[in-house]
Design a protein around this ligand. Structure first.
Ligand SMILES: Cc1cc2nc3c(=O)[nH]c(=O)nc-3n(C[C@H](O)[C@H](O)[C@H](O)COP(=O)(O)OP(=O)(O)OC[C@H]3O[C@@H](n4cnc5c(N)ncnc54)[C@H](O)[C@@H]3O)c2cc1C
Length: 257
């Protein structure tokens, strides 16, 4: 493994030049390093920086719907999905830790909004995989959150008892078992634990979709759809698809946290 000192990018706005090769990038797709034009176009209606799930979702949703789509320039510093998107576990679910964090702050309404939003992702992925005929090993199945230390497991058991019967508990079961989990800790994080989406405060015509705290597969696709609605139809965050949690909106206050 390389040390953090040889992973310094020459430009801090660019991803590191020498990433490890993830499993998902061992058998490369023809679009991996695709350039649709020899030289970069001098102009485009919409410029998207980053061809991970967030950027690709915005581009996809901009190209859908009625009327002719805007011209889109999708820029990628390395290869398509070579960042977090090409190196994740691919699990689409609400992490129980995220639910517990919200419950600790008494945000029970946000728990329901978040679980509905993530649930909508599972349907949206199934739909897009079938509609576009994507060869991506999609599987609809059960998943497990495994607690590797007794303190966290005890906190979960306590919350489970306290919140029994709430809607989010109905699609879940608590199982006592001896499993262990390893997490890589490579992820974009935000201070309040939620992603940022929407127009960047004070930067007219610039939008952000980022900061998924290790759960981007469950939040970026439909947040991308929402950002595409803002860009294409000049909508404020408040008027995009109501499934998108309003507390994902990027604001000066959230950026200053
Ligand atoms: C090890 C690991 C496991 C994970 N497991 C899960 C999981 O099981 N379930 C889940 O929901 N989430 C998981 N995640 C999180 C999830 O992968 C991310 O939240 C999600 O992929 C973020 O997508 P993104 O498009 O925002 O970012 P990225 O996929 O990182 O895409 C950003 C892209 O932008 C490019 N870029 C950056 N800067 C520039 C620039 N200046 N110019 C041009 N291009 C640029 C990068 O090269 C990159 O391709 C995991 C993450 C990791 C690292």
């Amino acid at each position: 493994m390389s040390s953090s000192t040889d992973q310094v990018a020459p430009n801090s706005y660019l991803p590191v030049p020498n990433p490890t090769t993830p499993y998902w990038r061992t058998d490369l797709h023809p679009l991996d390093s695709h350039h649709s034009t020899e030289d970069l176009p001098s102009q485009a209606d919409v410029v998207i920086i980053g061809a991970g799930i967030s950027g690709v979702s915005v581009a996809y949703h901009l190209s859908q719907g009625e009327g002719s789509p805007p011209s889109i320039l999708l820029l990628e510093a390395r290869q398509v999905c070579s960042g977090a998107t090409g190196r994740n576990g691919g699990h689409a679910k609400v992490k129980t830790t995220s639910i517990l964090e919200l419950l600790e702050k008494d945000q029970t309404e946000e728990v329901e909004i978040l679980t509905a939003f993530v649930g909508a992702h599972i349907d949206a992925y199934k739909d897009v995989v079938e509609r576009e005929g994507l060869d991506c090993e999609f599987e609809l199945r059960r998943s497990y959150d495994v607690y590797a230390n007794e303190k966290d497991a005890a906190a979960l058991r306590k919350a489970w008892g306290e919140y029994a019967g709430q809607p989010w508990t109905r699609s879940r079961q608590l199982i006592d078992a001896d499993f262990a989990e390893n997490v890589s800790k490579v992820m974009g994080s935000t201070t309040d634990g939620f992603p940022h989406g929407g127009e960047v405060p004070g930067r007219k015509g610039q939008w952000i979709i980022a900061g998924f705290n290790g759960g981007g597969m469950t939040m970026s696709f439909l947040l991308g759809k929402g950002v595409a609605q803002m860009v294409r139809h000049d909508l404020p965050f408040e008027e995009i698809d109501p499934i998108v949690p309003r507390f994902f909106k990027t604001t000066e206050a959230r950026l200053a946290m």
